[in-house]
Design a protein around this ligand. Structure first.
Ligand SMILES: Cc1ncc(COP(=O)(O)O)c(C=O)c1O
Length: 430
């Protein structure tokens, strides 16, 4: 039986000094109830909490830990690099090597600018698209999350949906007025917005496979339709690949789905668990960025040596060893088939969405293709399922609106344990 006494005490203490006891809202377990688990360490596919409990991890730090935790080559590389100082604020050869490596992996990337988070990457890419086109408005999709910059916090998926936040205090109408939203997978709605705002739209930004309303796949023709529309209307198509980049394939969703964006944003895997992001794309657009152009963007710690060596070491392995992606996909399909079987046996309505190593189990028998259909699933049942799994040693994202991420360290035995835990949990909550 799992005990959470130390986590409870830490949460009590944390709330005295940190708003809500956490440094990022979804971690607070508010949407699933109960006390957040305080993690002490992790290795491979397992998390260990402050009470010494072990969990099979399906968060992977919300994506980055694709090889599993404390993967030896990254740990060693960081340790060695740290001995030569943790920051310079001046250029290094490693930054060139990192940019060259990204270019060699991702389609349609001539230039890369490193930043420190996915939020920064998306915020900067939007500014660049506006500077490049000289237009102000942009379209995002309901339920997609692109970080917490003001312009994006409109119908912004998981974090806000988890807390049922509709409008965000502190964001002025001015900042939000140029944000237009359309339902995911609805090309006609996008066409209508473009027609109604002729020559005013700088960019369309999208998670090419959505992960912030659970995992949701683009329907055939949807991304292709956006691509054609953007080309026709001189709109910059931005793929937010913060989740999908280097996860779905070495070249991310662009490669996996065989479709090219104009600008691409990265985060998570690109930093191997260090605070890193990047935006990248065609040279004719990227050259608008300072110091080449006038679109200003900067960062004291951007290109930080520890972050660069961590990301570089991981990406080099992912480039050299494509088998990792095949194995990850096989593991995820094995989990999917197992969940499929036990859900059927339990007689509970469900829908599983999966692509590559992203998967989510929605408690509803309708197709989940956009935010409205994701929100119409049985969120209460997910909460119960989450806790039933947790006490059986399986750590799922603490929200129905988040994709699960598999890591390469997961064994067949871990997956079998997870499926068995799901079978028991579904019985318990039925
Ligand atoms: C698709 C997507 N874009 C952007 C972000 C923001 O990244 P960060 O949390 O590193 O600022 C996230 C974070 O979850 C994300 O999932």
């Amino acid at each position: 039986m799992y005990q959470y006494e130390s986590s409870k005490a830490l949460f009590e203490r944390a709330q005295q000094s940190i708003p809500g006891g956490v440094n990022s809202p979804v971690r607070a377990f508010k949407s699933v109830g109960g006390t957040p688990i305080f993690i002490e360490k992790a290795k491979g596919a397992y998390l260990y909490d402050a009470d010494g409990n072990q969990y099979i991890d399906y968060i992977a730090s919300w994506g980055p830990m694709i090889m599993g935790h404390a993967w030896e080559p990254v740990v060693t590389a960081i340790q060695q690099k740290a001995a030569g100082s943790t920051s310079f604020g001046a250029p290094t050869e490693l930054e060139i090597e990192m940019a060259e490596l990204i270019k060699s992996m991702a389609p349609n990337v001539d230039m890369v600018r490193m930043v420190n988070s996915g939020t920064e990457a998306c915020m900067s890419a939007l500014r660049l698209a506006r500077g490049y086109t000289g237009k102000n408005k942009f379209i995002k999709f309901e339920g997609c999350y692109h970080g917490h910059a003001d312009a994006f916090l409109v119908k912004a998926g998981s974090g806000l949906a988890t807390f049922n936040i509709q409008t965000v205090p502190g964001i002025t109408a001015g900042a939000a007025n140029d944000t237009l939203t359309a339902p995911y997978n609805n090309l006609d709605a996008v066409k209508q917005l473009v027609a109604e705002n002729k020559n005013e739209i700088a960019a369309i930004i999208i998670e090419p496979v959505a992960g912030n309303m659970g995992c949701i796949l683009p329907q055939p023709g949807f991304l292709e339709g956006l691509r054609a529309l953007c080309t026709e209307e001189n709109i910059v198509l931005i793929f937010d690949e913060v989740m999908t980049g280097f996860r779905l394939a070495p070249g991310g969703a662009q490669q996996k789905l065989n479709i090219q964006a104009d600008l691409i944003t990265y985060g998570k895997v690109i930093g191997a668990g260090m605070p890193v992001g990047a935006f990248a794309g065609r040279k004719d657009i990227m050259q608008y960025i300072a110091p080449l152009g006038n679109v200003y963007q900067a960062g004291t710690l951007s290109g930080n040596p520890l972050a660069m060596i961590a990301g570089y070491t991981l990406l080099k392995e992912l480039k050299a060893n494509h088998g990792i992606y095949t194995e990850l996909e096989q593991k995820t399909e094995y989990l999917r088939n197992g969940l499929d079987r036990v859900c059927k046996e339990a007689g509970i309505p469900y829908t599983i969405n999966q692509l590559g190593s992203m998967i989510s189990l929605h408690f509803a028998d309708h197709a989940v293709t956009d935010f409205t259909s994701a929100a119409a699933t049985n969120i209460e049942r997910f909460k119960q399922f989450f806790h039933a799994m947790l006490k059986r040693g399986v750590y799922l994202p603490p929200s129905a609106y988040e994709s699960w991420f598999l890591n390469h360290a997961l064994t067949r035995e871990d997956l079998d344990k997870t499926i068995a835990a799901a079978a028991e949990s579904l019985k318990e909550i039925a």
